[in-house]
Design a protein. Sequence first.
Length: 266
Amino acid sequence: MLNIKAQYPKRIICLTEEFTETLYLLGREDLIVGISGFTVRPPQARKTKPKVCTFIEANYEKIYSLKPDLIFAFSDLQAEIVKELIKNGMNVFCFNQRSVEDILSMMRMIGAVIGENKKAEKLVNSIQKKLEIIYKVSQKIKKKPKVYFEEWDEPMISGIQWVEEIIEICGGETIFPELRRCSLAKDRFVKSEDIIERNPDIILASWCGKGVKINKIRSRLGWESINAVKNNKIYEIKSSVILQPGPASLTDGVKIIYEIIQSHIS
């Protein structure tokens, strides 16, 4: 009799944080043998798991030495890393989640890949139910505040798709809805005069890895006429809870944005 048995992966490297957090939420952190150096969620991962990469650079020797049987990667931004790993015989699963729906699907797919379908289904359903509750409450808002989300300051970049969707789920009206599906940052560049003209009631900023300077935003030329500036409605959201296309955005990120919008309308 042939001694052949199909196996689920036992040694996984996560090249971005959202995959690490998902595996922890599924109770399978034991599978993780390497993580991104930018990982902050969950905090115990940063303390206990070897760091093998930044976002666009990888320590290939360290990765190979850890003998992973599967590597999770994200988007075209990690295409060169993925290419090099595949050339050297690695199994790589590269996701490209850009929307709330994509993020939930990613979590479900990870569950399937590691043999934890039921846990993944339970996790996804739990997050979906909470989003539905928030959405139903938010739909009762008579006058939805206009919201500008700034992903970067120089040049100014508006929010990526999942962020814009979260704002709308929480009861806000995004001011650049036509740009939301542009996955590349360069396609979401916005002009100061357009922001002034669209006059947001709330400004949310998360400058992708560096601290937001609210006074710098407030002092921009001509911005004194914007409602958000006049009424001191400018907020920083840490990139780790909103610019991560994974569980963080759909839990802590949603909670923060919902509370900001509710405080505005109350």
